[in-house]
Ligand binder design. Sequence first.
Ligand SMILES: C[S@@+](CC[C@H](N)C(=O)[O-])C[C@H]1O[C@@H](n2cnc3c(N)ncnc32)[C@H](O)[C@@H]1O
Length: 400
Amino acid sequence: MYPNLVGGVIEAIETIFGRDVYADKVIERLFKSNKKWGARDRAFVAESVYEIVRNWRLLWYLAGEEPSLKRKKLYKIFALYRIISDKPLPADDKWSDVVENKKEIEAKIHHITDAEIKHSFPEWLADLLSRNRPYWPELAAKLNEPAGLHIRTNTLLTTRDELLQILNSEGIDAKPLSYCETGIELLQRVNVFRLESFQRGLYEVQDGGSQLIAPFLQPKPGERIIDACAGAGGKTLHMAALMHNKGQIIAMDVEEHKLQELRKRAARNRVDNVEVRLIEGTKTIKRLHHTADKLLLDVPCTGTGVLRRNPDTKWKLREEYFQRVLSIQKEILDTYTDMLRPGGFMVYATCSLIEDENQKQVQNFLDRKKGEYTLIREHQLLPTELDADGFYMALIMKNE
Ligand SMILES: C[S@@+](CC[C@H](N)C(=O)[O-])C[C@H]1O[C@@H](n2cnc3c(N)ncnc32)[C@H](O)[C@@H]1O
């Protein structure tokens, strides 16, 4: 463990918390400016940064201090992280007092009873996530674990069994996910984007739980489907495969750069039934009134279901953003649903675990629309039930 690697970890933590930049971006930039670091160096830096972010509140609790970004204090936090993970620390004066108190630190951890301290959640978020959840400690623990690397088979080009063999021939250990037909878990950390199988469009990186959302809408060949918050198209591409590339998907979003990425991914996936449209205002929506057989509303949300992948969301999410996102979801439900034809079906989905964004948001919509829509079924996927991120999905019919 070279001092420059530890220095890199400290620098990354300063940027993540001090300048409000997301961890994946910070690490990407750090690697670009340290080209000499090999694969093991990079793995050490990335793992240390993510684990410190994941356990931020616990580490400061053990330090017995208020969070700070002073270098000296961050070295102490790094040393505490190594101790609680049972990892060695080289001899260095910087952390001698932490090392000397190892037994005390271990005893302190042993006596923590609050899930939000043990698994590092801010108070306000823990209050929201634990509401009506007697199993909150178990959920908090699960959300604080690193997530597996999942991919979705592109069934337009291959089958899951064939893909497993191809991955095997590329030296990748992988196994099928039991709960979804297209999902595969890679059992080792690899940069999939460099693999030939990825470049040939045989799969996309997508959590197994997320792979349950497109099938919830039951897209069929020949239908006209609007994916109104398509982003970079994870679910658009999945729906296109379920439609065997037949019919039409209109993929929309308010952010052009995401749609640009969607176009690239669609080309790689050999998807050719997608039309991309930037939402420039209410007119874009009005032009499509009553035109869709099916509608996917994969709305912006707090991302509390995907904390395993983005642990810094715990610290970057603010109550004000939570309130703002609630009103964007309400607005999308109230106006975008006009694009659905009577008798059509829609799925409202989030990657959130908060009832206000999910069950309550849907119930309030149904109440406001007074019998115009019927809830067919809803499902809250929890990381404690499946080896997957947390998602909510509701299948709703627009009555004739
Ligand atoms: C959960 S993400 C979508 C992920 C995407 N469906 C996928 O499977 O990869 C939500 C998306 O909603 C978009 N968005 C935010 N506000 C919106 C609005 N008012 N109308 C449509 N899309 C919006 C965001 O740009 C973001 O791409």
